[in-house]
Every structure is written in structure tokens, then in C-alpha cells.
Design a protein around this ligand. Structure first.
Ligand SMILES: Cc1ncc(C[n+]2csc(CCOP(=O)(O)OP(=O)(O)O)c2C)c(N)n1
Ligand SMILES: [Mg+2]
Length: 797
């Protein structure tokens, strides 16, 4: 029996395609008259998913499900939300414009309820997989059981599947027993540039099955299925099956007459096949040939509803890019737009009167009351806003760090987590750590020994059972708090993104901490950006960093990461030199990760700390002598603001040294060497170039807006230096990180750092080679503050 929802869903599909197409056309038209520029809008890409998205959003999805929409199907997504009263006409009129509806669905910039942002292809896809694993993690820990288990659904372009990170995620999903994940492939056989390779469906199918997925192919629509049953139908089916993608697309674009000619040429038999073709008008023939599975509501609904298990499912849906529009099938249609004439034709075919384009019920053939009654009951939207929240976890006033006289920040990190694991409490219980096969080498070991690894099924550590001595327990259980990943850094960041949105997606807060080697941030950079853009909350701890890891490998050095830390929006970067600083940073971060306030910037720092964000800690394996000092509230606050005077410059200072991170020891030594020949030398410890710089920029903006008293932390710190005092900055990273300090008040500056990659050697060799050792600092100080020659200076190599 046919599904009673079909007539109304068919009407809605038409309406949704109309609204999306109108949104794009109208926005382009407005822009064109305003500034002569068209902005595109992915008309064809959207149309390709109109049927499937109608079936999903209006029928198959449930309130607990979450969706990542193919980026360039955003107009369809916005149209659906507009229809449901969740998107405004004003935003759609401003589609792709300032503060208008976004060209790619955005959790942070759109007002409609976007579950996962998309835009950079491949990332949203993988996010659904890791969100499903997050859901399993949360539930295995006994949280959120009052809520129904949801499906994580991704709508994927076929060319999107060229993105390698999708395959990295597939592998990880398989290892973790992925469930409740649906990926729907929009197999329109077109990419941005052209038509895709033949036979990809076969590779996709084999691959997904290999990873344990159920694969459902939606190839022929119900019209085609009926035609295949007619006499001669078998031959038509065989023709469709062997038709090359390019030809199918070209004929789709050309329409009924072209289909007829080609089919008659290839199949005409003066018999049943000819009859099958002749029995149809051009329009009917075109409709039949474009009636692929992905545009056939009955087959789609049936396929979705037939899934009666929680294994991951891949739906391979044959579609037409530009379906229902005059652009259909053309290989150049990616940025194609309908002309005004085409649009006028499309409008009258939709029964929409001029001036009534935005009317919700315009042109529908069913009574408004019936459509309204249906919309009121659409399950997906039935429970209102799907974005959830979770209470803030209390953070201890101080974190224990078990400081040894000599240690590295990486050791400190391991110790702080170890102490937290031992202490217990709500924060410790909600921390989840994750690393791409570098758990032990980034010092997560002690934490994992106490808190265990996560897996849905328990698994003992055979080495322990066999009494083989080992520092590391490797026991898996559903209560474990460490998610071990394979080496793929993209997976690390997408996993952090999914875990870091658990409060919003599942209403259960997690505090995710991910570790990796600092240089490999670049390997996962787009995924890191994506996670921040979605406003996921996590801590990324990168260690070792710089050239300080020395003999271990030139190929593992990081130069650009401090600049990434400064420039990555939504990510607050710290680089401590000492472990007591690290403890302060981590404590502050646990609060910061949980903030979601609005409001004005703090008048002291000009930073928007109430908004919250994620945190990046750049750590080192270099062991330094730790300062013996009392951590006062003032020092704590300066560490968080980004800098403090380790040695305050005296009134006659002609030079100050500013350092970040593990080169602290060299800077301290340099100050000693300068002591006899330069008076009152100051030593500035920069704990966060990122926050220091951001505060300075923000204060300047506030002044330009008329708040003349706005002053940032760095302006206060350097405010007392005399005009001709020089600054020498030094970091084991790119010198540009600190090279702006001189412009704060117009001081002469020499910026030291690392610019070249890959040299091995001891720490001393490399510091000397790159000119960041004490001797190089003294040379720079002498150049910045001319005076009598510094007596301890050695010639530069
Ligand atoms: C990482 C990334 N690289 C490039 C692009 C530009 N881009 C947008 S859509 C697209 C092709 C999409 O093809 P497909 O996934 O098949 O979707 P369709 O256009 O068929 O709807 C490309 C290359 C992008 N959005 N993200
Ligand atoms: Mg495509």
C-alpha cells in the first residue's frame, strides 16, 4: 500500500526546491543590481539533494538525530527551516551577504538549528562518525540515558568522497564498533569541475562493506522500475546500466527529444522497445530517464524505513545534479545560475505569482490547512530547539603539580593529570583524553594508568595478566576515560570536535584533552579550524615542540605553530616555561572551556573571556630548573593575561629581554651575562603571545571607537620603559610571534627565533645554530642597546 504521506511530501519537495532556488536567484539579483556582482549559490548542487532532504527532514528523521548537510546544499537546508518557521525571510534575502543566511550551514553564524557546520568538504562527514562514537562514550558512562539514542546522518557529495580524511575516519569507526551512523551519498556523478570517473559506485560499495557497513543502493526510481516490467523494459535497464556518466548527464541536460533520439538509435527495434519509447511524450520520457532512486520519494522512504538495526549504513543514491531545473546534468552547472527568463518559467511552473515568492503556501495544490497540520507534526522538529546545554562543572581552586626541582612542562602536564585522576571529582570524571598513537610519548601514561582506556567491551591487558613488568597498564573498559586513536591527526581534531560539542549535541558535558606532537598540528590544521569554527570546546596539548627536542629528529621540529596559536580564531594559546605556570593555565582553561557567556570584553585585558573557547598548550621536553616561588593571585592573573616581569627592569634599563617557553633558561643566562655592562636589564616572561597580542589589538579598537582610557596588559607592562630602551625577544619558534612587541610603544626590537627546518643536533648545537642561545641573545641586546661592549660576548658562529 502506498505511503499516505507521499502526496504531501511531493508538494513539500516542490516547495523546498522552489524556495531554495528563489533564495539563490533573488540574492544574486539583488547583489547584481547593488554592486554588479553575482555571488553564485549552488543551485544545481542543492537541487540534487532536494528529494532526499525532504524525505529525511519531513519524514524519516527523529528529534534525537543530528545531521551534517553537504555544504553546497545549504539553500535547501535554509528553505526547510524557513518552511518550519525557523529561518527568516530577511536572512534569506541576505543569503551569502553580511549577516545573512550562510552559504554553508554554520552552527555559529546561522540562526537555524545547524547540528554540524560544513563547508570544507569531508569534515562534516567524519564529524558524524565521531559524534556517534561520542554518543556511545557518553552512554557507556551512564550519562544521558533518559534521552533516546540518535542517528548521526551525513549527506555527502560523491566527489566529496575524494577527501582522504573520510577514509581515515572509516578505519577508526570500524575499530571502535561504530553504530547509529547513516551516510547518504548524493551520487550525481558530477564534481565541481566536471563529470566523475565511471564505476565509482562499485569501489564505494566494496569499501563500505569491508568496514562492516550495510550498503543500500537507490538506483532506479519507481517509474523506472515500472517501465522495466513493460515489454522491452529489460533492454532499457541494460542500456541505463551501461550508459557512461558523461552521456547520461549530457542527455539529461538536453531533455526529452535528445533522449528519444539516442534511445531510438541505440535500442529502436520496431518492436517492444520502440513501443515503450514511443508511448511517452518528450516530457514523460525525460521524467522517466531522470527518475533515479535519489529522486523517488517512495523508494527513499522505503529504504530509510527498512533499516531495522543500528549498524552503520551507507545509502548510495543515484541523483541528477540540478534535478528539476534547466541546469540539470550540464557538466558546468556547479556555479550555474538560472537566467531571469529560466527563472520566470520555473516560477510559473511552480504556480507562484510574482510578488508572492516568499509565501509559504503559494502554488500548493493541497489545502493550506492540511499542509500546516502536517508541518506541525513533523517529528524532527517536534521537540523544539535541538541544541542542548549542560551544567558547568566545578573546577578546583588549585591544581597540584608535584613540582620537582628540575622538570619539563611535558612532565608537568603528565603529573597534573595524574594528580587530578587521583583526586577524583566531577571534573576528573568528565575529562576524556585522546591521542593519535602518542599517549605514552606525550605523558598521558599516568592518567591512563589510573583511568583506563575506553572500549564498549572490556579487554584485559595481557602483559599485566602474564606478569610482564611494564610501566603502562593498557586495560579497556566501558568506564575508561582515554580514547586511543590511530596515527591520523585529522581524526584527533575531529574527535575533539565531536567530544567538545557533547554538551550541545547530547546534553552531557565532557572535557576533552587531546595530545599530539606539536609539528603535526599542521597535519590536522583544517580539522582544528573546523572544530573551532563549530565552537567545540577542548584542550589540545602539543609536545614536544620547536627544535628543543633536538637529537630526536629534525623531521619533528615545529616552527610555525606559535603563529597558528595566535591566528587561530576560537583557540587560546599558551606556552609555559615552568610547571607552576602550566598548573595555573590548566586550571583557568577548565573554566574557560565551559564558558558560553556574551558581553563586553574585560576592561583590564580587553579579551572576551566570558565567551570561552578552546585552548592550545605548547609544551616541551626540555627539563628546566623550576623557580621556587609562591603563586600569588597577582602572578596567576598575569600568567593568564599573557606576560609578567620575571625581573622587573630598573629605571635605567637600556634593554629588556622577552622570552617565551623553554628558551627561558637561555634568556635568564643572558640577563646574567649582560649584568656587568648594561644596567637594570628586565626579563619579561611571555606566557601567551596570543592573548597578549589580542588584548593589545582589542584595546586599540576600543580607543578608535572613542574609549580613550582603554589600555591592554602589554601596554601597561612596557609603558614604563624609556623611549630608547631596546627589546630582544626570543622563542623556539618563528620570530614573528613576538616581533610586534616593539610597535606597542615604538621601542627598537631584535626578534630571535627559528626559521629553518630539519637540522638535527643537541639542544646546545641547535640553539647556537639558530641564534636563540644566551650568547645570541646578548649579541642582539648589544645591537639593540649600544653602549660599551659586553665583556662575556663570544663571537657568533
Ligand atoms: C576542502 C574543500 N576543497 C574544495 C572545496 C570546493 N568545492 C566545493 S563543492 C566541490 C565539489 C563538490 O562535488 P560533489 O561533492 O560531488 O557535490 P555536488 O557538486 O555534486 O553537489 C568543491 C571541489 C571545498 N568546499 N572544500
Ligand atoms: Mg557530485
Amino acid at each position: 500500500m502506498s505511503d499516505p504521506r507521499l502526496p504531501i511530501l511531493a508538494e513539500l519537495e516542490k516547495k523546498i526546491l522552489w524556495l531554495a532556488s528563489w533564495t539563490i536567484h533573488n540574492a544574486n539579483h539583488l547583489r547584481e543590481s547593488a554592486d554588479g556582482m553575482k555571488v553564485g549559490g549552488h543551485q544545481a548542487s542543492s537541487a540534487s539533494l532536494a528529494t532526499i532532504m525532504t524525505a529525511l527532514y519531513m519524514a524519516a528523521l527523529r528529534p534525537q538525530d543530528r545531521v551534517a548537510v553537504k555544504p553546497h546544499a545549504s539553500p535547501i537546508f535554509h528553505a526547510i527551516n524557513y518552511l518550519m518557521g525557523l529561518q527568516t525571510r530577511e536572512k534569506l534575502e541576505n543569503f551569502r551577504a553580511y549577516k545573512g543566511a550562510q552559504s554553508y550551514p554554520s552552527r555559529t553564524k546561522d540562526i537555524d538549528d545547524v547540528d554540524f557546520s560544513t563547508g570544507s568538504v569531508g569534515l562534516g562527514v567524519a564529524q558524524t562518525l565521531f559524534s556517534s562514537l561520542t554518543q556511545d562514550y557518553v552512554r557507556a558512562h551512564g550519562w544521558g540515558l533518559g534521552r533516546a539514542e540518535g542517528r548521526m546522518v551525513s549527506l555527502i557529495g560523491d566527489a566529496e568522497l575524494d577527501e582522504g580524511n573520510i577514509f581515515e575516519a572509516l578505519m577508526e569507526g570500524w575499530k571502535h564498533g561504530l553504530r547509529n551512523t547513516w551516510w547518504v551519498i548524493d551520487y550525481n556523478r558530477q564534481s565541481l569541475d566536471a563529470v566523475i570517473r565511471e564505476g565509482l559506485y562499485d569501489r564505494f560499495e566494496t569499501m563500505f562493506r569491508n568496514f562492516g557497513w550495510d550498503v543500500v543502493t537507490l538506483k532506479y526510481g519507481s517509474l523506472q522500475q515500472a517501465a522495466f516490467k513493460e515489454k522491452g523494459g529489460e533492454r532499457l535497464k541494460a542500456w541505463i546500466d551501461s550508459c557512461p556518466n558523461q552521456l547520461y548527464s549530457a542527455l539529461t541536460f538536453q531533455g526529452g527529444a535528445a533522449w528519444r533520439k539516442r534511445l531510438m538509435d541505440d535500442l529502436g527495434d520496431q518492436g517492444p522497445v520502440t513501443q515503450l519509447i514511443e508511448a511517452r511524450s518528450d516530457a514523460e520520457l525525460s521524467k522517466l530517464m531522470c527518475n533515479l532512486g535519489g529522486h523517488d520519494l517512495p523508494s527513499i522512504l522505503e529504504a530509510f524505513e527498512a533499516i531495522d538495526h543500528d549498524r552503520p549504513v551507507c545509502f548510495l543514491a543515484y541523483t541528477v545534479k540540478g534535478f528539476g531545473l534547466p541546469l540539470a546534468g550540464h557538466k558546468d552547472n556547479h556555479a550555474g545560475l538560472m537566467t531571469k527568463e529560466q527563472m520566470a518559467g520555473f516560477q510559473s511552473a511552480n504556480g507562484v505569482r510574482p510578488g508572492h515568492e516568499w509565501d509559504l503556501f503559494e502554488g500548493l495544490s493541497l489545502p493550506e490547512s492540511q499542509v500546516r497540520a502536517f508541518l506541525d507534526k513533523v517529528p524532527f522538529f517536534a521537540e523544539g530547539r535541538r541544541r542542548l546545554s549542560a551544567p558547568v562543572l566545578p573546577v578546583p581552586a588549585k591544581l597540584e603539580a608535584g613540582i620537582q626541582p628540575v622538570m619539563s612542562t611535558q612532565m608537568g602536564f603528565g603529573k597534573i593529570l595524574d594528580e587530578l585522576a587521583k583526586l577524583g571529582g566531577p571534573l576528573a570524571d568528565r575529562i576524556v583524553t585522546t591521542a593519535p598513537d602518542v599517549t605514552v610519548s606525550t605523558n598521558l601514561g599516568p592518567w591512563v594508568n589510573r583511568r583506563g582506556l575506553f572500549a564498549k567491551a572490556s579487554m584485559a591487558d595481557t602483559f599485566k595478566d602474564e606478569r610482564i613488568p611494564s610501566m603502562q597498564k593498557w586495560e579497556f573498559s566501558p568506564r575508561g576515560q582515554h580514547v586511543e586513536l590511530g596515527i591520523a591527526e585529522m581524526n584527533l581534531f575531529i574527535n575533539l570536535s565531536a567530544l567538545g560539542l557533547s554538551h550541545a549535541t547530547f546534553g552531557e558535558r565532557l572535557i576533552p584533552i587531546g595530545t599530539l606532537y606539536d609539528p603535526f598540528i599542521s597535519r590536522g590544521l583544517d580539522a582544528l579550524n573546523y572544530a573551532c569554527y563549530q565552537d567545540a570546546r577542548f584542550m589540545v596539548v602539543a609536545t614536544p615542540s620547536g627544535v628543543t627536542l633536538a637529537p630526536e629528529g629534525g623531521a619533528h621540529q615545529s616552527i610555525a605553530t606559535p603563529l597558528i596559536g595566535m591566528s587561530q580564531d576560537g583557540l587560546c594559546a599558551f606556552e609555559p616555561a615552568f610547571v607552576d605556570e602550566l598548573a595555573v593555565m590548566m586550571r583557568w582553561s577548565f573554566d574557560y572551556l565551559q564558558k558560553d557567556g556574551e558581553g563586553d570584553p574585560d576592561e583590564r585585558t580587553w579579551l572576551r573571556d566570558e565567551t570561552g573557547g578552546s585552548v592550545y598548550l605548547r609544551l616541551s621536553t626540555l627539563q628546566l630548573e623550576q623557580p621556587q616561588r609562591v603563586m600569588t593571585p597577582e602572578l596567576e592573573s598575569e600568567i593568564i593575561d599573557g606576560a609578567y616581569w620575571l625581573r622587573k627592569p630598573g629605571p635605567n634599563a637600556s634593554v629588556v629581554i622577552a622570552y617565551t617557553g623553554a628558551v627561558a633558561a637561555e634568556a635568564i643566562k643572558a640577563v646574567g651575562l649582560l649584568g656587568e655592562d648594561r644596567r637594570d636589564v628586565g626579563l619579561l616572561a611571555i606566557t601567551s603571545a596570543d592573548r597578549l597580542n589580542a588584548g593589545w589589538q582589542a584595546a586599540e579598537r576600543a580607543r578608535q571607537r572613542g574609549n580613550h582610557r582603554a589600555t591592554s596588559h602589554v601596554e601597561r607592562l612596557l609603558g614604563d620603559l624609556s623611549r630608547d630602551c631596546g627589546i630582544v625577544s626570543v622563542i623556539d619558534g618563528h620570530p614573528a610571534t613576538l616581533a610586534w612587541l616593539g610597535s606597542v610603544h615604538g621601542h627598537k626590537q631584535k626578534a630571535l627565533g627559528v626559521e629553518h627546518f630539519g637540522q638535527t643536533g643537541t639542544v646546545a648545537d641547535l640553539y647556537r645554530h639558530f641564534g636563540i642561545d644566551a650568547n645570541a641573545i646578548v649579541h642582539a641586546a648589544q645591537a639593540a642597546a649600544p653602549g660599551r661592549p659586553v665583556r662575556y660576548l663570544k663571537a657568533l658562529p
